[in-house]
Design a protein around this ligand. Structure first.
Ligand SMILES: [Zn+2]
Length: 370
């Protein structure tokens, strides 16, 4: 099953060696950006450490132990992650029905599609109760595992008091217990936590790997696979979101916006603005501006290296703009600066409509191309 993890050869080889030689650290820290396989690797490592198969290709994924881990039903597997403020008893039971339902939905997503985003009902952090519960459980003896495994996701999301409580566990973990911390923000962790773990870096995924993974999971056109993998910057979650959302409304509206601005079609622009008023929040327009920036970049790239553009599916439109603009480098520079400035204005709570109207007429002045 380790072979299913693509693009992280260094980390996987190291962990596989630890399993084969039975030389396992008590604390690991997996770090790297979101959406690169840190969690799945941690889970498969837990399986491999306990897999009952005699094969050297552990984990097998089908033995009794592997199946229990994959179902999140292994009594020696502890998975701690940031949650809203759930009411929890000292042995980790969630009493409140709404909280329990939300918790179960999260585990279900994690089990079936860990690359999907999950939106919680409230602000999340790793609760002190979760750490206390873990400590209580680790004090008891191991049920059946060779190695008891505890995965702590987003380990940086502990407040100081929780982190200090957790440090005690990390300093003196019980025998045959492996603790795997996962984080996107290495510098946010206490140095005392870092120093007690073997650190493993997970790199952003290569473009080809993202395309291969998307191709397995989604039935979408090659141009979309390429666009999603390029825009995602090595983050499979982002790539999946872009490729699976075929409306991808921010991107579509950004493209329509560019078309209308280039043709100077004010009437239609104002009609669309009115129709989309509900949609045009600060976050949405910021996202739109990100897409506009990738369009402007492509307009320049088309001049030098047509095969290198990101928005392959909009090539005709972008080529049209690029070809008709003699001074596209200078124009693009001014526009990219303007787009950055507009994003800052949105963050500074300037009226969104003013920002959009200003953008429309600026693009019109600079790119009257169609
Ligand atoms: Zn197995």
């Amino acid at each position: 099953m380790f072979r299913q993890i693509l693009g992280q050869d260094h980390a996987v080889q190291l962990l596989n060696k630890a399993v084969l030689n039975d030389r396992v650290a008590q604390g690991y820290l997996f770090h790297g950006i979101d959406g690169v396989g840190k969690y799945t690797t941690a889970l498969y490592f837990a399986l491999a450490l306990n897999c009952l198969s005699a094969s050297e290709f552990r984990p097998c994924g089908v033995c009794a132990s592997c199946r229990k881990f994959l179902a999140y039903e292994h009594p020696d597997f502890f998975y701690i992650f940031p949650t809203p403020n759930f009411k929890m008893s000292s042995n980790g039971e969630i009493k409140d029905a709404t909280s329990l339902a939300e918790y179960e939905r999260y585990i279900d997503v994690k089990r079936k599609a860990p690359w999907m985003d999950f939106v919680w009902s409230g602000a999340t952090e790793i609760r002190k109760e979760s750490i206390m519960m873990l400590q209580h459980r680790l004090d008891l003896s191991i049920h059946e595992a060779k190695y008891r495994v505890c995965i702590i996701e987003s380990a940086d999301q502990m407040n100081a008091s929780t982190a200090n409580a957790f440090l005690k566990t990390l300093e003196e973990p019980p025998d045959n217990t492996v603790i795997i911390l996962i984080t996107e923000r290495l510098p946010a962790l206490l140095p005392t936590i870092l120093s007690r773990c073997q650190t493993l870096y997970f790199n952003p995924l290569p473009r080809k790997v993202i395309e291969t993974m998307l191709h397995k999971k989604l039935d979408v056109e090659n141009a979309m696979l390429r666009t999603a993998s390029l825009i995602s910057n090595g983050n499979f979650k982002t790539a999946f979101r872009i490729a699976s959302d075929d409306k991808s409304e921010q991107r579509l509206i950004a493209k329509t916006f560019l078309e209308l601005a280039c043709s100077g079609n004010e009437l239609e622009f104002h009609q669309i603005m009115t129709k989309s008023r509900e949609l045009l929040t600060g976050g949405f327009v910021s996202g739109m501006i990100n897409y506009l920036s990738t369009f402007i970049n492509d307009i320049v790239i088309l001049k030098y290296d047509p095969a290198g553009i990101t928005n392959v599916d909009y090539q005709d439109l972008l080529m049209n703009i690029s070809a008709r603009n003699d001074e596209i480098d200078e124009t693009a520079y001014r526009l990219l600066t303007l787009l950055e400035d507009m994003k800052r204005k949105i963050d500074g709570h300037v009226n969104i409509n003013l920002v959009i109207v200003h953008l429309f007429y600026s693009l019109f002045r600079e790119l009257k191309a169609i």
